[in-house]
Ligand binder design. Structure first.
Ligand code: C6P
Length: 404
């Protein structure tokens, strides 16, 4: 059996999405900016996709949703443009973010620090989230932007975006959220939450790779990252990627329709998998409370088993998982989010991320439980250190704030 449990890295394109995209490769292929019929033929489909996006996140007519090439671009755009608009050409000098953001935010912040911007990286608590009140004390008169992810890609933990948005609104500071791991997984209602900018990526909700979007509240000013032709009202130049725009619209519609029902189905499978692994294996720990986690994600640590060894065994059993973010999985560093939570180095090398999707079946869950427990037994049997590092009950595990 083949089982794909790396849906936080990317997802399968829903066949209905592929079907919607196909005509726009070789039938309706004109440039939408051309005035002839071949160009204008794509306009209804683009309008439909934009409407699907607005509806899915409950944006208002005054807001903008601009298609980008990926969420990495959306995140870069917000951070670099706020730097230009509010710091280089304004009187601010400070950005606030968290220590567990995706590299597309963290590396951009490091670049901005090299340009002289002050960046505060908010610490996470033992659940892997930043508490809203922590943010309040770090905002100063010089703060231009707060950027906090809606849900973390490695743990699935959901951040208090509503409370943080309110704090930023009260303090008159722009608020950006990287909602890549939230949109399509949990309800995202922008009439209920105050955010100025929000990044999204289609391939995280069964759309194609290579297309993302940036939501911009009430047409807030934001210097373009890409200058060129006056595409998308001059906000982001480049010929519109019509098939992918159509695919993103269809994918977000499918992912957000009856989202509560979809969440319940995924959560039931995730909980069954998590319960079985915790019950059948000794010295394993999952990160963060389930109630405050995206319903598809488990980050599990297995004392005495290197994450890479575990991935190898799972891969041999035709199961795709990861040791954390796909961008960081080629090096053998400890899981940075687990270190931020306070796990010791040994445990931070043992994290395995299992991320389900609406296509995951019960039979697949059964197969993963069986294969996972076998792999742990095999790897512990050949581990020279496992017997030595076993914690005493309530000892090391409690110290490193990883929750059983
Ligand atoms: N995270 C993961 O394995 P792109 O691919 O540029 O559209 O999305 C980047 C991105 C931005 N923010 C968050 C929270 C993300 O999770 C990702 C992608 C993948 O966790 C690949 S590194």
């Amino acid at each position: 059996m083949h089982v794909y449990l790396d849906n936080n890295a990317t997802t399968m394109v829903d066949p209905a999405v592929t079907e919607a995209m196909i005509p726009f490769f070789s039938e309706i292929y004109g440039n939408p900016n051309s005035l002839h019929r071949y160009g204008t033929a794509s306009h209804p489909a683009i309008t439909k996709a934009i409407n699907q996006m607005y509806k899915a996140i409950n944006a208002s007519d005054n807001d903008d949703i601009i298609f980008t090439s990926c969420a990495t671009e959306s995140n870069n755009w917000v951070l670099k443009s706020v730097w230009v608009d509010k710091i280089l050409n304004g009187d601010k000098n400070h950005i606030v973010t968290t220590e567990v953001e995706h590299p597309s935010v963290l590396s951009t912040c490091r670049f901005l620090e090299e340009q002289g911007v002050k960046v505060t990286y908010l610490p996470v608590n033992d659940q892997g989230i930043v508490e809203a009140h922590t943010l309040r004390s770090f905002i100063t008169d010089k703060t231009a932007l707060v950027s906090v992810m809606w849900a973390n890609n490695e743990t699935g933990m959901i951040f208090p975006i509503k409370e943080m948005g309110q704090i930023c609104k009260e303090r008159g500071v722009l608020f950006h959220t990287d909602a890549v791991q939230a949109v399509g997984k949990i309800p995202v209602d922008l009439q209920n939450v105050h955010v100025d900018f929000m990044s999204m990526s289609a391939h995280k909700f069964h759309g194609p790779k290579g297309i993302g979007a940036l939501y911009i509240r009430n047409s807030e000013a934001l210097t373009p990252l890409l200058h060129g032709g006056e595409h998308m009202g001059g906000r982001r130049s480049g010929t519109l990627n019509v098939p992918y725009i159509v695919g993103m619209g269809k994918a977000i519609e499918l992912a957000t329709q009856n989202i509560e029902e979809k969440m319940a189905l995924i959560r039931a499978k995730r909980d069954r998998l998590e319960d079985a692994l915790l019950a059948q294996l000794e010295d394993v720990f999952t990160v963060g409370s389930r109630e405050n986690r995206t319903p598809n994600t488990i980050l599990i640590s297995i004392r005495g088993v290197e994450g890479e060894g575990m991935l190898w065994d799972l891969n041999n059993a035709l199961i795709g998982a990861s040791t954390g973010s796909a961008c960081a999985s080629e090096d053998l560093e400890a899981n940075t989010v687990m270190l931020a939570i306070g796990a010791d180095h040994e445990l931070a090398h043992t994290g395995i991320r299992l991320s389900l999707s609406r296509f995951t079946t019960d039979a697949e869950v059964d197969y993963v439980i069986e294969s996972f427990t076998k792999a742990v037994a095999r790897l512990r049997a050949i581990s020279s250190s496992y017997a030595k590092v076993q914690p005493t009950p309530g000892g090391k595990a409690a110290e490193c704030n990883i929750h059983h």
